[in-house]
Design a protein around this ligand. Structure first.
Ligand code: MF3
Ligand code: CO
Length: 250
């Protein structure tokens, strides 16, 4: 499928979806504390999504069993919520969630410290978030797709961390995953030209150590090969004639 350019009406619906998702993330942040189970986070998230009149897009997606991906410490993404897995002080936890509102999707992720975390781990979370903003600075008409990728990679590597290569950001709209793929490292070439009305999920995944990852036996959980911590930050955005608009952040 080719890249889809959204109409004003479609962008308005994606704005609504994004606002709901941003609110879900803001409220989930408040419940992150030592002792909570990853399943409880999923349960609360799913309840909020449904109460807002949305469908949790992850639930059942290619067999994924939950509404919120909860990934702790060396888990990069796609961690499966579990009633036996409690968060501890000093952990970091990435929450990734997606909603469908009136047929349109939004996708966003955040990483939080649990209780107090050490300075280097805090830096990992901050650099990951800032790398998203470095990337989106390049998300302008006339630029090319891999300008976004290069900006993310350069910022992350200048700070001594690495970007995961096996997973990428993506176009989004009526489908969660549309074209184009958006790597967080610069491939050869420039990538496509960016146009108004393109809606993208930009999502740096950043490892404290090497960029290599494994997938666990559950066929979902992606972990760092070297056991180092990993952080994730994602928003759904729209390219406009002017500055890009972040749809999933309030
Ligand atoms: N947010 C993820 C992405 O951007 C999707 C989660 S995978 C799922 O691709 F199976 F949980 F849906
Ligand atoms: Co995504």
């Amino acid at each position: 499928m080719a890249v889809t350019i959204k109409s004003q009406r479609e962008i308005e619906l994606m704005r609504d979806a994004g606002k709901i998702l941003a609110e879900v993330h803001n409220r989930l942040e408040e419940i992150i504390e030592p002792g909570i189970t990853t399943l409880e986070i999923d349960r609360r998230g799913e309840e909020m999504i449904r109460k807002a009149g949305c469908i949790p897009s992850f639930k059942g997606y290619e067999g994924y069993p939950a509404s919120i991906c909860v990934s702790v410490n060396d888990e990069v993404v796609h961690g499966i919520p579990n009633k036996k897995h409690r968060l501890f002080e000093g952990d970091i936890v990435s929450l990734d969630a997606g909603v469908i509102y009136k047929d349109y999707q939004s996708d966003a992720a955040r990483t939080y410290g649990v209780g107090s975390i050490d300075a280097e781990t805090k830096r990992l979370i901050d650099v990951t978030k800032e790398s998203f903003f470095r990337g989106i600075e390049q998300a302008r008409v006339g630029n090319h797709l891999y300008d976004i990728s290069a900006a993310i990679q350069n910022y992350v590597e200048a700070n001594g961390f690495s970007v995961v290569r096996d997973l990428v950001g993506h176009g989004i709209g009526k489908e969660m995953h549309e074209e184009p793929q958006i790597p967080n490292y610069k491939p050869v070439g420039r990538g496509m030209k960016l146009c108004p009305g393109m809606t993208l999920a930009i999502e740096p995944m950043v490892n404290a150590g090497g960029y290599e990852v494994w997938i666990l036996e559950d066929d979902w959980t992606v972990v760092t090969r070297d056991g180092s911590n990993s952080a994730h930050y994602e928003n759904t955005i729209v390219i406009t004639e002017d500055a890009p608009e972040i749809l999933s952040l309030i």
